[in-house]
Ligand binder design. Structure first.
Ligand SMILES: *Cc1c(COP(=O)(O)O)cnc(C)c1O
Length: 385
């Protein structure tokens, strides 16, 4: 089956591209000794975990379910690390997390004090080694474009500030974690690390690891990998710590598509194509972030001869993906291919309006496609009652 034969809408995972990304990440691991983890909140397509496990060191999770998925699909079968961080953990999840996770990172001193002893006790009873960490807030904003993704913003609940730390707290942990970047290059990491060293360097000498979070756009064409490698090696030699990175986007950047069919064409000033996919349901970041996804064989509005507004098949007036232009006229029944649709898509989709969930298809380097999963009415009904 080729990509033009698959049912629509479908997400297609480009395994060649995914593997190219993984090779870049593996190279960073090899040249620095850093360990790289997949942030599953971005991409949880576990049918690709066997491929991912060939190259990087494990997964990280945002809570109990992702931790379980990471453990069951990668940690356990491929002997990889399973990490978890959450703004707060529930008492009833600690039992499981203490047994399946290699690292657990708390967001506050109160959470650390509440859970740390129990975590260590449960792990010990199960002959399991677990490392405990604390997320810190370097109080250094490096992004203007995406304020909702800035954990250093004023009033942020993410991470402990320097003023709330002391040696007693540090004595309870093995490492520290920060996550402040979003789609950023290594120059912003460098700026952040100056602040991290200034505020937390005094503690780092006595700790085992530093987790630099995600948001490193390592596999983007213009990313300065050499600087990243220099920065990691500097931290490693200065403090003698194991460095972790946990990118989501960089793992599956440009490694997927959303293939859709044009259902209708209407006109209201501009010509509008109604698709069998939806921004609101299948690419929510288009509205939330917001951004304009790349579309194969298209240009900016009015750049090429035929311009259309691409819109979704829901009741939401604002379910608009963007305005695009084409060399040829687009007709009902034609297929369009949205690009960079592996990340923050499948993990965020929903069945608002009863819109079907797109199928999930994997495409190998030769362009041969195989169906991973098809969803139906039952998947819509199952989540309601
Ligand atoms: C979102 C997140 C990541 C992954 O971020 P990307 O931007 O997808 O690289 C990693 N760690 C934490 C704590 C996160 O919240």
């Amino acid at each position: 089956m080729r990509i033009n034969e698959i049912p629509t809408p479908s997400y297609v995972i480009d395994e060649g591209k995914l593997e190219d990304n993984l090779k870049i990440l593996k190279d960073v691991e090899t040249r620095t000794g850093a360990k790289i983890l997949l942030a599953q909140k971005c991409f949880s397509t576990f049918s690709e975990y066997p491929l991912i496990a060939k190259y990087i060191s494990g997964t990280t999770a945002s809570g109990i379910y992702e931790a379980r998925l990471g453990y069951e699909k990668m940690g356990k079968p491929y002997n990889k690390e399973t990490h978890v961080f959450a703004p707060a953990f529930k008492d009833e999840d600690i039992e499981t997390l203490s047994v399946i996770c290699d690292h657990i990172v708390f967001n506050s001193v109160s959470q650390l004090k509440k859970h740390a002893k129990r975590v260590r006790k449960i792990a010990e009873e199960n002959n399991h080694e677990i490392s405990i960490g604390l997320r810190v807030n370097p109080e250094k904003s490096t992004q203007k474009d995406h304020a909702i993704y800035d954990p250093c913003a004023e009033g942020s609940r993410m991470g402990v500030r320097e003023c709330d730390l002391d040696d007693d707290v540090i004595s309870m942990i093995d490492g520290i974690h920060f996550h402040t970047l979003c789609e950023q290059n290594s120059d912003d990491l460098e700026t952040t690390l100056v602040s991290v060293e200034e505020k937390f360097g005094k503690y780092l000498h006595n700790l085992k690891w530093l987790n630099m979070g995600g948001g490193h756009h390592i596999t983007r064409d213009d990313y300065d990998v050499e600087r990243l490698i220099r920065l990691i090696n500097h931290i490693k030699t200065t403090y003698d710590v194991q460095v972790y990175l946990e990118p989501g986007e960089a793992v599956a950047l440009n490694a997927g598509y959303n293939v859709t069919t044009v259902l209708d064409k209407v006109k209201n000033g501009i010509e509008i194509l109604i698709l069998d996919t939806s921004a609101a349901c299948h690419m929510p970041d288009v509205i939330e972030m917001p951004y304009r996804p790349p579309l194969k064989d298209s240009g900016e509005a009015y750049e090429k001869k035929y311009t259309y507004r691409l819109a979704g098949n829901t009741c939401l007036a604002g379910d608009v993906i963007g305005d695009y232009s084409f060399d040829q006229e687009i007709n009902v029944g034609d297929r369009l291919i949205f690009e960079d649709m592996a990340i923050y898509s499948m993990v965020k989709n929903n069945t608002f309006n009863g819109i079907p969930l797109p199928g999930i298809v994997a495409m190998n380097r030769d362009g041969e496609c195989r169906t991973i999963k098809i969803f139906g009415y039952e998947d819509f009904e199952m989540r309601l009652s």
